[in-house]
Design a protein around this ligand. Structure first.
Ligand code: PLP
Length: 625
């Protein structure tokens, strides 16, 4: 278990059982029933759903919502904070109907609301709201229609807040509110000078494209005063970024925002709500540090820092404590989904063994490579590396100029590769590994080919080098023997996972098991519930994967809630503007032409066209016969 760090990033939801299977404990913190993911993967395949499959474990959403609310409630109680906590889920983090439905259902008792940033998200959000006490926060650029939709929701009794993001929005909101004779609840999105660390934090700081600066805030106040609408201004919102790894930034942001909140109260605004946006990070690599894929705080520290910051600033001048809103997306949904895929093949880095005797050769290149290989020892690693690389380059040059044969070149590459492997193995014991040797370490891993597309299912791993927990979901009582990277099945050399959390092994590879002839080898990529589904794309025309969601009952039984088939080949072709009917017509025509030219018979034409038809209906991923 040490190898994969599951006890560090699993957050009590994932662990390994005595049979060596990864198990999920959806009620959290290691209590309640444990379900084997391997068992689920096998059952999914028995039901006819092929890998890759995105597995959603519904109860985890409920557990995360509960955890966030209960922790805020505890901290509020302990600090005698006068306000309450109300969360909203930003739909953009995972817009799938099933997800939003489950969140509003689980969140009903806590008045957990939604955040929408576009008209489509707003319409979806209104249709999903389950409590009139929950908030519906409207961020993003709003046109007349967006504002009208929100005003109708207010008319229907919902607590909708229009967050003013750009100065121009104020006039339109005032005009539409007058037209509909509805008092709008207004918020201001402010630009903080606090800039957080992390990969997703350009939403904060002076250069942020979002939010109002000080001058604009004053302008909005004056304009609302003129209209006698200052009592509509009730909420202050900021968002300094997603996945904020350092708690110091959370505290600094809250303190700065509270000063502005205080000024808004002094200006006569009604206020009452402080919306701190998203940012509550997920400890993807389990390191509990301020590394970008981690966080150096617990949920309890997050809640405490927010509550304490508000008390510190606002109690100085007896400003009533506001209702705290956070727009946590990632922290609510990340744990909920696991991508499961099977390994199709392995390509070993190990070259064929070195021959006992070198063949006769016209030059001493092979001899020199052999000497470099024999000489490798901890004392002369660098020298042997230089020699191996030098003679390998020489072999390539000589081959280009026709001075050695393909067999001599192959043997030279083979000898050089054996030398690099020897060097790489020895370098693991070095205190400081030189950059050049680190580079060769990358060449000595096996490549495990996984049945998935990185671009469709794990886009952040490709786009911003996010680290996600990856591990086999079974055979964990057997020690794995292969040091590997995982490649997807797109034809893109970027389609690979070769950065891993640094547990007992190295950061550039993962230890995996030998494949067995009679058994699938399943890998899970964990904590993929946030952003990945929505941001994924059709690179190489690999479409949406199959999705299966389960609900685990308290007695340990589980039921399949949904089985959604992923995209078929015809689906993805239609997304890129192919008209499938005309495509089929063209194929028929091509086959007809092939008969006329005598390439195929009429009977062959029939079976070829049937195969194409089946291909169009099929899954875009690798299918077993
Ligand atoms: N609120 C706003 C305005 C955002 O832009 C985002 C995402 O960046 C979020 C909330 C969600 O952030 P997180 O997923 O870090 O909770």
């Amino acid at each position: 278990t040490q190898l994969y760090g599951i006890d560090k990033w699993g957050a009590g939801y994932f662990s390994i059982d005595e049979h060596g299977d990864v198990v999920v404990t959806p009620y959290g913190a290691d209590h309640g029933p444990k379900i084997s993911l391997h068992e689920i993967a096998r059952e999914v395949e028995e039901r006819g759903m092929a890998m890759p499959v995105l597995l959603r474990i519904e109860n985890i959403l409920g557990s995360q919502i509960k955890l966030l609310h209960e922790t805020f409630r505890k901290v509020i109680r302990e600090n005698n904070y006068e306000g309450e906590y109300k969360g909203v889920f930003p739909i953009k983090v995972n817009q799938q109907e099933e997800v939003v439905e489950a969140i509003t259902q689980f969140g009903k008792d806590y008045n957990h609301g939604l955040e929408a940033g576009s008209k489509s998200e707003l319409i979806a959000a209104i249709s999903m709201m389950k409590s009139r006490k929950a908030c519906l926060i409207c961020n993003g650029y709003k046109d007349e229609e967006f504002i009208d939709l929100g005003l109708y929701a207010i008319k229907m009794g919902y607590q909708v807040f229009f967050v003013i993001e750009v100065p121009g929005e104020v006039e339109l909101i005032i005009e539409r509110a007058k037209y509909h004779k509805v008092a709008p609840n207004l918020g201001l999105r402010i630009k903080l000078s606090t800039q957080a660390e992390g990969l997703w934090t350009e939403s904060g700081g002076d250069a942020s494209v979002f939010g109002l600066g000080m001058t604009h805030i004053v302008d909005v106040i004056d304009r609302l005063k003129e209209e006698n609408m200052l009592d509509c201004l009730q909420l202050l919102h900021y968002h300094i970024g997603s996945q904020i790894p350092n708690i110091r930034d959370i505290r600094a942001g809250a303190m700065e925002a509270c000063r502005i909140y205080e000024e808004l109260v002094n200006e006569g605004a009604k206020m009452g709500y402080l919306d701190l946006g998203g940012g509550l990070a997920v400890d993807y690599d389990g390191s509990n540090t301020n590394f970008h894929s981690s966080r150096n705080y617990s949920i309890e520290e997050y809640c405490s820092d927010i509550v304490e910051s508000i008390i510190t600033v606002l109690s100085r001048h007896d400003i009533p404590h506001p209702t705290i809103i956070t727009e946590s997306g990632r922290a609510i949904v990340a744990y909920y989904s696991v991508l499961l895929f099977n390994i199709l093949d392995v390509s070993s880095f190990m070259p064929p063994p070195i021959p006992e005797q070198l063949p006769q050769s016209t030059n001493d290149l092979l001899e020199n490579l052999m000497i470099a290989y024999d000489m490798v020892s901890p004392k002369n690693i660098q020298e042997c590396l230089n020699d191996a690389l030098f003679y390998r380059t020489q072999a390539r040059q000589l081959f280009k100029h026709g001075q050695i044969t393909i067999r001599e070149r192959a043997l030279a590459e083979n000898l050089a590769q054996h030398t690099l492997i020897k060097i790489s193995k020895l370098s693991r014991y070095m205190e400081h590994i030189p950059k050049e040797i680190k580079e060769i370490n990358r060449l000595v891993y096996d490549i495990y080919y996984g049945n998935f597309s990185l671009f469709q299912s794990l886009p952040d791993v490709w786009a911003i080098d996010q680290i996600l927990p990856v591990m086999p979901i079974h055979r964990l009582t057997e020690p794995p023997s292969r040091s590997a990277i995982i490649s997807d099945i797109t034809c893109d050399c970027d389609g690979k996972i070769d950065s891993f959390p640094d547990y007992s092994h190295e950061k550039n590879s993962i230890m995996l098991h030998d494949l067995k002839d009679d058994e699938e080898y399943y890998i899970g990529v964990f904590l993929v519930g946030a952003y990945q589904e929505t941001l994924g794309d059709l690179h190489n025309l690999f479409g949406d994967t199959n999705v299966v969601s389960i609900h685990v009952n308290e007695n340990g039984s589980y039921k399949f809630l949904r089985e959604l088939e992923g995209d078929s080949v015809a689906d993805v072709l239609s997304y890129v503007e192919y008209d499938v009917k005309s495509l089929k017509k063209r194929l028929k025509h091509i086959a007809e032409d092939a008969i006329h030219k005598g390439y195929i018979t009429a009977k062959e034409r029939k079976s070829i066209l049937n195969e194409f038809d089946e291909g169009l209906r099929g899954y875009t991923y690798y299918e077993k016969e």
